[in-house]
Design a protein around this ligand. Structure first.
Ligand code: EPS
Length: 382
């Protein structure tokens, strides 16, 4: 299972090509569009999200609603392109001047990208932009629908935004609230504090990061492998997560707290339930041991940095005059933490699906489901 994306933030469209999905997977376009719309939401989003109404176009690999086993091609159009056509075109008549950027933003790819590729900043920021996460959600949603078909559930919540920590006891009621909440938190009073913090950040020209948690439920033990470094599932998840724009840290289960405790206070004792197989009565490992799922929920925490484009810009250097100036003010989001949750759920879905398709025969959904079911029964019968 592999994918590539192409596309610039203000170019005509984003494109994704996916290879390795089994034939016979029923895909709902409605589901993909719902995920795309979910990614656009959240209280801290900027003006761009009023322009875009993301929707997928599937141009290959699906007939009716069913995958054929051939590569799947996806597109998400940039509506904003209508305002950028003369600037972001591939023909001869390009307007190089009107949207030229000469003051790189600290925290963005701007400066290093321009040095590395010997091009102007506009070319760098267009591809480095988190706009690319739209197509990653569309691509990831294909794998998410495959996992749903196998009974795997992925859910996530926002743990904290900026300096505001939210209350959390992990109850079913809180999860219900997360799904209704525009901040994707389960703490009603906390939302008030988040709104106040957002207003303050807006007033100051600031941006906000946060910490998120994603859980993957109903996975069998044995996805991923210890036998080679690049097959370890936690390593693959960390790679996928940190490849999302603005993500700075990943931890599993008990996370960094693990390093502070005695071993006996960290590792999850093994128990046996007849008819169910081996279990754990706690999940400090976050569902992964030895680079493999251990049958408990996979639990990942992710740190997102504040978006580097600031309305109250930091010092930088004008690349033409070398004078110290303030960074360019590009239109931006103040906080994209709830949107990032949707993105993370989908890049995680991708890695889990890849591990599933590596373990089981995957030419067809028929073979995959049969082998999956047989393996679940084998684990229970131990
Ligand atoms: C982004 C800058 C903003 C965000 C964008 C990511 O875009 P613009 O420069 O057009 O205002 O809105 O995010 C999206 C377009 C999106 O779909 O999430 C950046 O520089 O990373």
């Amino acid at each position: 299972l592999r994918y590539l994306t192409a596309g610039e933030s203000h170019g005509p469209k984003l494109t994704g090509i996916v290879e390795g999905l089994p034939s016979g997977l029923t895909l709902s376009k409605l589901e993909i569009d719902r995920a795309l719309q979910d990614r656009q939401k959240g209280p801290g989003r900027g003006g761009r999200m009023k322009i875009e109404q993301d929707e997928v176009v599937i141009t290959a690999g699906v007939r009716g609603e069913v995958t054929t086993g051939a590569p799947v091609a996806l597109e998400v159009r940039n509506r904003d392109w209508a305002n950028w056509e003369s600037v972001m075109t591939s023909g001869k008549d390009v307007d190089w001047e009107s949207k030229k950027v000469i003051a790189p933003r600290p925290g963005h790819a701007d400066l290093t990208g321009t040095l590395k590729y010997r091009m102007e900043i506009r070319n760098v920021l267009e591809r480095a932009s988190a706009r690319e996460t739209a197509i990653r959600v569309a691509v990831g949603n294909l794998s998410r629908q495959l996992l749903t078909d196998l009974g795997v559930e992925i859910r996530g919540r926002v743990i904290s935004v900026g300096a505001v920590d939210l209350q959390w006891k992990n109850t079913a009621q809180e999860w219900e609230r997360v799904f209704q909440s525009e901040w994707k938190v389960g703490d009603v009073e906390g939302e008030q504090r988040l709104n106040e913090q957002l207003s303050e950040a807006r007033r100051l020209g600031e941006s906000l990061g946060g910490i998120l948690e994603i859980q993957v439920l109903n996975l069998p033990a044995g996805l991923g492998s210890y036998v080679q470094w690049d097959r370890k599932l936690d390593g693959r998840l960390a790679h996928a997560i940190l490849s999302v724009q603005a993500m700075k840290g990943v931890s599993f289960g008990l996370g960094f707290e693990t390093a502070k405790r005695f071993g006996s206070e960290v590792h999850d004792p093994i128990v046996y339930h007849s008819g169910e197989g081996y279990k754990r009565n706690q999940n400090n490992a976050g569902g992964i041991e030895g680079g493999m799922t251990n049958g408990e929920p996979v639990i990942v925490q992710v740190a997102m940095k504040p978006i580097p484009t600031l309305y109250h810009p930091l010092q930088t250097v004008n690349l033409e005059t070398k004078a110290e100036v303030q960074a360019s003010i590009e239109r931006s989001d103040i906080c994209a933490v709830p949107a990032a949750l949707t993105v993370l759920e989908h890049v995680i879905a991708w890695e889990i699906a890849q591990a599933v398709l590596e373990k089981f025969p995957s030419d067809t959904m028929y073979e995959l489901k049969r082998a999956w079911q047989e393996y679940l029964e084998y684990l229970k019968a131990q």
